[in-house]
Write a protein of this length. Structure first.
Length: 312
């Protein structure tokens, strides 16, 4: 059954029936607006847009996969501020011929990813569009702590990473060449494994700056360097290349470090800490903050692509 047959309100009813309202949602879908608890008194907010053909392909990923990715991209931004996600608002623009079941499966993916952090989809909007587009806004709560900004890194800090980098970019390359394996890489692209809890934990540990690695490690660390008016030096040997990634890189004629250093969509968290902080096992030191500007690798400018730019 297409969305044209169900109509706007029929589609809304089908989708909202699948949503599970979490404890932070005092009023979920069904009214003019949702009501979300904000115990801290400050609300962290972030928005991301996914456009078919630009950010996802339906022949590469299921609707549930895309729902997980859409939610993860926004929830990771909240975690990167040191906050706990509370709610998602979703705007969905779809072609009239779209199968209703696809929209329902998308809602299931969004709901499942949000549930990992105790958040829920509390509302949104729908419209007809020739291009399938998903816009997600995430809200979060700081739980009484200060937000971790990009602008706090200082010379002498260590740069640390929580989560994986390069896996999703490798999966994207594999899919774009017409392959569906290795599963480790392809599934990392379809459903990123985001270390959500590491964000608030880093804030409590005294992180001086933090960012979600969505566009590429070097590019995103470049945002930290610019905002903090410092330089960041990344250590190439800090990264272990898994066998599946090495094998795929060899088969495709790609340097695997291009994926690790310049690939996005894994949504790892990169943060800077005073070197006196004892980091837990889920944070790995990958470099240093130094005087100067820009990002280097082993003390030298990096000649490969540093990350994704929508307009290049």
């Amino acid at each position: 059954m297409s969305v044209a047959r169900t109509g706007e309100f029929g589609l809304i009813a089908r989708v909202t029936a699948r949503l599970q309202v979490g404890p932070t949602a005092l009023l979920g879908p069904g009214d003019d607006a949702a009501l979300v608890a904000a115990p801290d008194g400050r609300v962290v907010a972030s928005t991301d847009v996914l456009v078919e053909g630009r950010h996802f392909r339906r022949d590469w990923s299921t609707a549930q996969d895309i729902g997980h990715r859409a939610a993860a991209a926004n929830l990771a931004d909240i975690a990167a501020m040191g906050a706990g996600p509370t709610a998602l608002l979703v705007a969905l623009c779809v072609p009239a011929g779209l199968d209703v079941r696809w929209a329902e499966d998308l809602a299931d993916g969004l709901t499942a990813e949000a549930a990992k952090v105790g958040a829920s989809v509390v509302g949104g909007d729908m419209s007809a569009s020739p291009t399938l587009t998903i816009a997600v806004t995430a809200l979060g709560d700081l739980h009484g702590i200060a937000p971790v900004l990009r602008s706090g890194a200082r010379p002498g800090d260590v740069v640390a990473l929580s989560g994986k980098v390069g896996y999703a970019a490798a999966g994207y390359t594999v899919l774009s060449r017409g392959f569906r394996t290795p599963k480790l890489l392809v599934e990392s692209y379809r459903r990123p494994d985001v270390p959500y809890a590491a964000g608030p934990a880093a804030a409590r540990l005294g992180a001086t700056a933090m960012i979600d690695v969505s566009d590429g490690l070097l590019a995103d660390l470049g945002h930290v360097a610019t905002a903090s008016r410092v330089a960041v030096d990344v250590l190439r040997d800090a990264f272990e290349i898994p066998r599946q990634m090495r094998d795929a890189a060899h088969a495709l004629g790609v340097d695997p470090y291009q994926w690790v250093l310049g690939g996005g969509d894994d949504h790892a968290l990169a943060a800077t800490f005073p070197d006196t902080v004892e980091l837990p096992p889920d944070w790995k030191v990958i470099g240093r903050v130094v005087e100067g500007s820009g990002v280097t690798v082993d003390g030298h400018p990096y000649k490969g692509p540093a990350g994704w730019d929508h307009f290049r």
